[in-house]
Design a protein around this ligand. Sequence first.
Ligand code: ADP
Ligand code: MG
Length: 494
Amino acid sequence: MRAILDPVKITLTTLKKLALACHTQENTIFLMLMDILELWKATLGELELTISKPSFTTWFKQTKLLEISDERAVISVPNTFTQRFLEHKYNPAIIKSLQNVSGVKIKEVTYKTHASAMISMQDQVQREISSAANASLYTAAPTATLPVDIHGLNPRYTFENFVVGRANESAFAAAQAVVANPGVTYNPLFIYGNTGLGKTHLLQAVGHYLLKKNPNLKIIYVTCENYVNDFINYLHTSRILEFKNRYRKADLFLVDDVQFLVGKGGSIEEFFNTFNELHQHNKQMVFTCDRQPDAIPTIESRLISRFKSGITAEIISPDFETRAAILASKCKDKAFFLDNDSIHYVASIIQSNVRELEGALNKVIAVHQFKNIKPSLSTIKSVLSTMIVNTNQNQSISPKHFLEAVATFYNLKLDDLLGKNKEQRVALPRQIAMFLLRKDTSYSFPFIGQEVGGRDHTTVMHAYNKISKELEVNNRLREEIEMIKKRVYLVEKP
Ligand code: ADP
Ligand code: MG
């Protein structure tokens, strides 16, 4: 039997029936299922490095490997549009990555849309389990969730699992001081730094620690995005008092990524009031942010001064020794042995952030487990070779490309889009262009302003906030933006 099923969707009963039908152990079946998932994960990891981030997200996020056998692989895609695009543009890259990762010589890749893939999987299972006529293979699949506890905390994000080095020691020390004397020594604690450096980990570690000391503690951990969405929901259902009570009763208030408050008027006001209430009652607050308080644009200065009123601590990129120590610790967690040379090698080539470091390690593990080989410096070098080559390429799509796609879509001339015309039929597409440039590329607000007819960065921020807000309620706009994106990526230069 080939490994063809998505284990997320398989029930334990079916697993047993499959094992029975195939005269093998449940474990063996499960391993086969796992392998194919791991294999595709590793393949995607490799592809992700050779394709721009927006393209990867658009075209590969919802794909799955259904089947891999002697020279052929079958991939499940969400719709025929994606199928055609992948066939047309990414077939060779997919084949190459699949071959690299699996070691299987692949001659042909075929695609199936999710719906037809589902049916054919069912067919095959029906054939294989002749005695299991009632097998309910496709029970409601649990949505892909992160492993979190009832408070929304990831059990792995503890102080014990946090490796301390020069880059994060001040933030770690501040967090330790906070848990030693919550609500008193430093309130709030404001942790900031680039993505993937351990802010969320440290924030949640505070939660775990204090909960362990007092399991009855009323703790609220929330991403700022969820806080804002929650606020809007309660507002719509006229239950704002309930909302206020919910948040103002917290003993410990942990808010992740507070930069998301930018441009969220009503939510900011409520956040500010919650802050004051909790502060007055010495309830500890910890916030994370991708920048220091002063650099958060358009948030009222009174909130910024609140953010700064306790202690602020920055986390920067880890140095080589810390990267190596983190890798050693993750290997221990995952019960995967790597010798020192290998650890040093990985730590030396992945320098940007801890999330990427973990990603590289996961890829190493997936490939070695899939091929069932023992890791050595040379096998690791070969697994990570694309990472070295591609870190320098970092291709992105040119602003002009986006602007042209928007202009064409709305039947405007590029000059109109860049010009001064304030009529709605031009002004709205212009704002959409600015929004898309910010959302889908790594260009800064000032740079985008410059590209869109020499505008001020505040105009770009305004456009970004306006369109983001509008998208929450306007389905038509969402569809239009999706269509524009498809145009952008369809004609993207390789
Ligand atoms: P951020 O919130 O800054 O974007 P995260 O807290 O999500 O970053 O960290 C990304 C990943 O890296 C997580 O899996 C986290 O456990 C891990 N990580 C980051 N810093 C450390 C560290 N010092 N020790 C151990 N793991 C770390
Ligand atoms: Mg985070």
